[in-house]
Write a protein that binds this ligand. Structure first.
Ligand SMILES: NC(=O)C1=CN([C@@H]2O[C@H](COP(=O)(O)OP(=O)(O)OC[C@H]3O[C@@H](n4cnc5c(N)ncnc54)[C@H](OP(=O)(O)O)[C@@H]3O)[C@@H](O)[C@H]2O)[C@@H](O)CC1
Ligand SMILES: Nc1ncnc2c1ncn2[C@@H]1O[C@H](COP(=O)(O)OP(=O)(O)O)[C@@H](O)[C@H]1O
Ligand SMILES: [K+]
Length: 485
């Protein structure tokens, strides 16, 4: 698992190390790592043009020292100081000694001809939206030809939450120091960070409160059957979804459960005929969940409607002592009766997108991990908050940010696939928060695989699930998520 950290956690770890190392050591490690990544990105260095945007803090210091490294290798480096009086003195001296030029935002910045732009305006010390002079220079950099490389955090992105309250540096690469900051992989920040490179500066970090799963983590949780398994021991999933008028959600959800875990899937609901026709492997009833037979976990909600019958079916499922995944229409109904969820003792997983989340009484806002944690704590349930980087949070605050996926997943029915898939993982006995995080990861990978063949539809995801799981099991242990990390 990859740990994701806040600025305060990084600073605390830095303080310990700063006290134990000669002055400037950490910044030298950071700047050397940064320059090494830049050298790799540039390929040929001699004669290339580099513009360093330097703010007045240590982030600017990192960028100036890295600029000095590049200048010593023959790059033509111009440092643009946003606050010349307060620029990092040692970094500036190093840059000058290495032959770099120095100017202000209104001087000859070289941005219009740069091969590479280093953003050292502000790092984990940033507060609020970028101030106007910084925003203006970022805008000019973005319209120029240079490769955009952010130092530690793209300026204007909140390192903790990924919030972008104003202008921000749209990086193609972010070179971050000591630990991955959560804001680089979640919310709007994810879109500004580009590919993330982690430079080890020797920090001893505490256990992280937020994680990202790797392929290997997920493969370890989604095990193939053992020789002693039978169809019941792999986990039996119950699906309550769809309706006679709208069987599609039921077919997708049931198909995903089947393809994720070929043990046994039971279906209960008024789309029984459609499900039977699409998936003859399913044991189907058009009666109530209690007529379906024993299951180890329920998925309830996609396309089931919100009428009185649906309400009573939801209440019946939530009254069981089994893990339940609540999605779509069932979320709408649960938001009106949250105590149905609160009073459960068995695990519950809620899978809202932003509009469904808002039905529980508050908007998601810019801090997606915080939002998922708040609802999870309020309801005593695992919350899987869907988005381009899906967030999963448990009532105790444990959280995951998903690193896989593709915008091609923004198409009708993919959520139904996610709920069937995740319900199947829940039925295998995985802790609910891990089932949810693993479900989001597999769903994203299936989307990526399906998208290789062009625009995907939700049925393609179902079709791709077996190959996705097979690929995950083959993945090398250190293959990371696709947030570029
Ligand atoms: N500690 C270490 O050993 C190591 C730290 N390292 C590096 O230090 C970085 C943290 O450095 P830091 O603490 O100096 O803060 P930093 O990110 O430079 O920001 C402060 C400056 O930004 C300004 N500013 C703030 N908000 C702004 C806004 N919205 N818009 C515009 N400007 C804004 C603020 O202005 P002020 O409020 O002072 O007027 C001040 O000038 C960290 O990210 C990493 O790169 C590495 O070298 C590893 C070792
Ligand atoms: N821009 C995006 N990038 C990546 N994944 C996305 C994006 N938009 C949506 N998704 C994913 O697609 C799925 C959509 O689910 P949902 O909104 O419930 O759709 P539906 O109700 O049509 O099934 C979620 O898993 C979500 O994380
Ligand atoms: K920066």
């Amino acid at each position: 698992m990859i740990g994701l950290y806040t600025a305060a956690e990084v600073r605390a770890a830095e303080e310990l190390l700063l006290a134990a190392t000669p002055e400037g050591t950490l910044m030298q490690r950071a700047a050397t790592g940064l320059a090494t990544v830049c050298l790799g990105l540039l390929g040929r260095v001699h004669g290339t043009r580099v513009t360093v945007l330097a703010g007045a803090g240590n982030n600017g210091g990192d960028a100036l020292f890295a600029g000095a490294h590049l200048a010593r290798r023959g790059a033509r480096v111009t440092a643009v100081l946003l606050d010349p009086e307060r620029a990092h003195a040692a970094g500036l001296a190093a840059l000058r000694t290495a032959g770099g030029w120095v100017t202000g935002p209104d001087g000859p910045t070289g941005l219009e001809r740069a091969d590479l732009v280093l953003d050292g305006i502000v790092g984990i010390g940033g507060r609020g939206g970028l101030r106007p002079p910084a925003a203006a220079v970022v805008e000019r950099a973005a319209t120029g030809p240079g490769l955009m490389v952010a130092v530690d955090v793209p300026s204007g992105v909140d390192a903790d939450t990924g919030a972008v309250p104003g202008a921000a540096f749209p990086a193609q690469h972010t070179v971050t120091f000591g630990a991955l900051k959560t804001g680089l992989v979640v919310g709007e920040g994810r879109g500004y960070a580009g590919r993330v490179h982690l430079v080890d500066i020797g920090l001893a970090l505490p256990p992280a409160g937020v994680h990202q799963l790797t392929d290997a983590d997920v493969a370890a949780r989604v095990r193939p059957p053992h020789p002693g398994d039978d169809k019941y021991t792999q986990g039996v999933v119950g699906v309550v979804a769809g309706s006679s008028t709208y069987p599609g959600a039921a077919v997708l959800c049931t198909g995903a459960a089947l393809r994720a875990r070929p043990g046994l899937v039971r279906y209960a609901g008024t789309a029984a005929a459609g499900v039977r026709a699409a998936w003859p492997e399913t044991i189907v009833t058009d009666g109530r969940p209690s007529d379906a037979g024993r299951v180890q976990a329920w998925v309830v909600g996609p396309g089931m409607g919100t009428d009185d019958d649906a309400r009573s079916v939801l209440a019946e499922v939530l009254a069981t002592d089994l893990p339940v995944l609540v999605d779509a229409d069932a979320l709408t109904m649960a938001a009106q009766q949250p105590d149905l969820v609160r009073r459960r003792e068995a695990p519950t997983v809620l899978t809202p997108h932003d509009r469904e989340y808002a039905r529980f009484g508050a908007e998601v806002g810019e801090d997606r991990v915080g939002a998922a944690r708040r609802l999870a704590a309020d309801l005593g349930a695992v919350v899987l908050l869907k988005g381009d980087a899906t967030v999963v949070a448990a009532p105790d605050g444990a959280a995951y940010v998903n690193g896989t996926g593709t915008p091609w997943l923004a198409t009708a029915g993919t959520g139904d696939v996610l709920s069937g898939l995740t319900g199947a993982l829940l039925a295998t006995g995985l802790p609910a928060v891990e089932a949810a995080a693993a479900g989001a990861h597999v769903h994203g990978r299936a989307g990526q695989l399906a998208a290789e063949e062009g625009p995907l539809i939700a049925s393609d995801l179902v079709r791709c699930l077996p190959a996705t799981l097979a690929r995950l099991r083959r993945a090398p242990a250190d293959r990371l998520g696709d947030s570029g990390v």
